[in-house]
Ligand binder design. Structure first.
Ligand code: CA
Length: 512
């Protein structure tokens, strides 16, 4: 492969090296630039002389300021950059971006499970809601038996999942922020992939009682039925096996109803896609995330819903985001979530810069500003039509900012609560991330990763950097792949290997 660097915008004074293994000092580019240093793959090279204190510009945004003079052809790494301060949340542009009507995208459909609340599942899963971590071992034991003894009789049910978590007791449950973990659990049990069949396993003495988790009206009950709760401390239970038998008996009733369901043709507008990145590198913002962003625009044009998240990776682009809001109210909600998160981080003496990892930096991302500019591209170009606080459920379509931490498992958990029925995850460094509750399609940013992890990565966006495909090509491929995975025709690699990360709740409230 000939020496190749990628510049994201004509206004940029750095570009990143695309070649596997990087480029050595003395490399001469067709553009006439000679490398003064060896520059690793994904890292930045100065395209011109950059004076001390001048802006280093990528994505047409200052990602930092030079701590000393940087000569053209030098490796521009994080130690050469001062990070800009976070933009003030005052005087943001509110819903100012010119909004052109979207061209509808019609004629795309998938085979899904329609639920009585109008939502659509991409999988038909029995989920067992738990009120407290204390019951997790018993539920795991019961789930094993359900899979071995009951599931073979219900071939139209895809899986049985215990919704295990760390919350429920030993927590300051009346603290204002306790609403976040509680509504997260409540809304996950309402996820469209669970068909409205809610069953609960409770211990008995925990703070998060079943009626507090799922108060009357919070879920649609089958006529004449009460909330289905197996309470382990109930006097009727004599010995461990009687608890397990109760859980199996309850599960059987729900499995019968789930098994009677069939997929039907539904429009692509029923997709509720959560997009996320993790293990990011400098290619994330060049290949995979732009392809996801292209696909986001397709989905929204098709009438679907896309959730983008990861507050610390959006913070540095807050002015772009508030400008893209459909109304000043949506823009204000965006600013409100950013302010809440600034305060949350501040309580722990941290700020958004705590986001970046050693792997990000080794992959060429100098700081959170550069990472953020590459992360927000997943949101495409369409207007932002709603904002959700952590753990809230989506109630409208279009592009939604679902405020979550960037932590992969916490973001995924909160997107499940928002009603996600399809998850797209981009990675550059590589992660085997997966969820039991929802299909996860993983997109590699580099061909090298896609080749080495050929049975973990579902799509190779690295072909964009190799010049083998365009952003639009990969965006369309992802769109078609999503419809096929949503229909159950195809399984993602994470589903194939049953790679399931834990549900991890966001609990900003105190522990007792
Ligand atoms: Ca993430």
């Amino acid at each position: 492969m000939k020496p190749l660097v990628i510049r994201m915008h004509a206004g940029d004074n750095v570009a990143i090296v695309a070649n596997d293994g990087g480029l050595v000092a003395g490399t001469l580019l067709a553009e006439g630039l000679t490398f003064l240093d060896r520059v690793p793959q994904g890292h930045k090279v100065a395209l011109c002389d950059i004076a001390k204190d001048a802006a280093v510009v990528r994505y047409n945004v200052p990602i930092g300021y030079a701590v000393k003079d940087i000569a053209a052809g030098s490796w521009v790494h994080e130690r050469l950059l001062h990070m800009p301060a976070a933009r003030s949340l005052n005087d943001l542009p509110m819903a100012t971006a010119k909004q052109t009507p979207l061209e509808p995208l019609e004629g795309y459909a998938f085979q899904g499970y329609r639920n009585s609340d109008g939502s659509v599942g991409t999988r038909n899963i029995l989920a067992i809601t738990t009120t407290v971590q204390c019951v997790a071992g018993v539920v795991a034991f019961a789930v094993q038996r359900i899979k071995a003894e009951l599931l073979p009789r219900f071939p139209h049910v895809d899986d049985v999942v215990g919704l295990e978590h760390s919350y429920g007791c030993g927590v300051a449950i009346d603290a204002p922020d306790a609403i976040i973990p509680i509504r997260t659990l409540r809304n996950i049990s309402r996820n469209p992939n669970f068909g409205g069949e809610v069953m609960v396993v409770s211990l008995g003495c925990e703070k998060l009682q079943p009626e507090r988790l799922l108060p009357p009206g919070s879920i649609e009950l089958k006529s004449g039925e009460a909330l289905d709760v197996v309470c382990l401390q109930a006097e009727a239970h004599v010995g461990f096996m009687s608890m397990v038998d109760s859980i199996l008996a309850s599960a059987e009733k729900h499995l019968e109803r789930l098994n009677a369901r069939r997929r039907e043709t539904v429009p692509a507008s029923e997709l509720l896609v959560g997009v996320q990145c993790g293990g990011s590198d400098a290619f994330s913002g060049v290949t995979a995330n732009p392809a996801v962003g292209f696909c986001t625009d397709l989905l929204v044009r098709a009438g679907a819903t896309v959730l983008f998240s990861e507050t610390t990776e959006v913070r540095d682009a807050v002015d772009q985001m508030t400008a893209r809001a459909t109304t000043p109210e949506v823009a204000q909600a965006m600013a409100r979530e950013m302010a809440w998160y600034d305060a949350y981080l501040g309580r722990g003496s941290a700020d958004r810069s705590a986001n970046t990892t050693p792997g990000n930096k080794a992959g060429g991302l100098s700081n959170i500003v550069e990472k953020a500019m590459g992360s927000i591209i997943k949101s495409g170009t369409v207007p932002i039509s709603a904002v959700l606080s952590p753990g809230e459920k989506a109630s409208s379509k279009g592009l939604i900012y679902a405020a979550t931490p960037a932590s992969d498992f916490i973001c995924g958990t909160l997107q499940l609560a928002a009603g996600m029925n399809m998850h797209v995850f981009t990675t550059g460094r590589g992660t085997p991330y997966g969820l039991a509750e929802c299909p996860v399609i993983k997109v590699a940013t580099r061909t090298d990763l896609a080749t080495r992890w050929h049975d973990l990565m579902d799509l190779n966006a690295g072909r964009i950097a190799d010049g083998q495909a365009t952003i639009a090509d990969v965006g369309w491929e992802l769109f078609h792949l999503m419809l096929s995975v949503a229909s159950g025709e195809k399984r993602s690699w994470a589903e194939h290997w049953k790679l399931h990360n834990a549900l991890v709740l966001f609990n900003p409230a105190p522990i007792t």
